[in-house]
Ligand binder design. Structure first.
Ligand code: FMN
Length: 175
């Protein structure tokens, strides 16, 4: 049986490639992909109809708001959690356990669950990494077992889009 991915996406560059680069290939490979967006990402992806296209593709609601207390959970329990793309803001919140929206609530809960591996791709620039709090955030997440992916931020030219093959492989291998 296919595995279930809880995919958390933030308001970062490259999110426009989420469906072709990550969601469609995983659905084709038999994964169930349950998507939760930060409020910023929800605003972006609903503005151009992309959130609806992701719902059609995954067969599940794309969430960016909390359910009411009496409502059932709209997403299945995940086998793997991925935060892709993760903003610098989201990395800081996850390192500190701040759950001020549905996306951070879902990701923080999974970081605390030893049975669910968590993969994070921070979509950041060199300035983000030079912030005095950055190294501590990375250390906190790695000490919790979070798999932080990275790319060479010093390269003179960045490839357009996100390294989707690397991200897919990390998710597929996560145990
Ligand atoms: C067009 C655009 C692209 C952005 N790209 C990034 C990015 O790649 N990485 C990042 O950390 N923030 C980026 N930001 C800033 C975030 O959207 C902003 O910090 C926002 O508050 C993040 O909210 P979230 O973490 O809840 O999604 C971008 C903003 C805009 C308007």
């Amino acid at each position: 049986m296919g595995r279930v991915l809880s995919l958390i996406a933030c308001g970062a560059g490259g999110i426009d490639g989420l469906r072709p680069g990550l969601v469609a290939p995983l659905v084709d490979a038999g994964w169930t992909v349950a998507i939760t967006l930060t409020p910023t990402a929800g605003t972006w992806l609903s503005a151009d109809g992309e959130a609806g296209a992701l719902e059609t593709l995954t067969g599940l609601p794309v969430r960016w708001a909390s359910r009411l207390p009496g409502q059932p959970r709209p997403h299945p329990d995940p086998d793997v959690c991925a935060v892709v793309p993760a903003t610098a803001n989201a990395v800081a919140k996850l390192a500190l356990g701040i759950s001020d929206n549905q996306a951070m609530t879902a990701a923080n809960e999974m970081i605390g669950r030893p049975d669910v591996p968590v993969v994070v791709f921070p979509c950041i620039n060199l300035a983000h990494t030079r912030h005095p709090a950055w190294a501590g955030h990375v250390a906190a997440l790695e000490s919790a077992g979070v798999r932080l992916l990275s790319r060479d931020l010093t390269a003179p030219r960045q490839e357009p889009g996100l390294p989707w093959a690397l991200i897919r492989e990390a998710i597929t291998r996560a145990r």
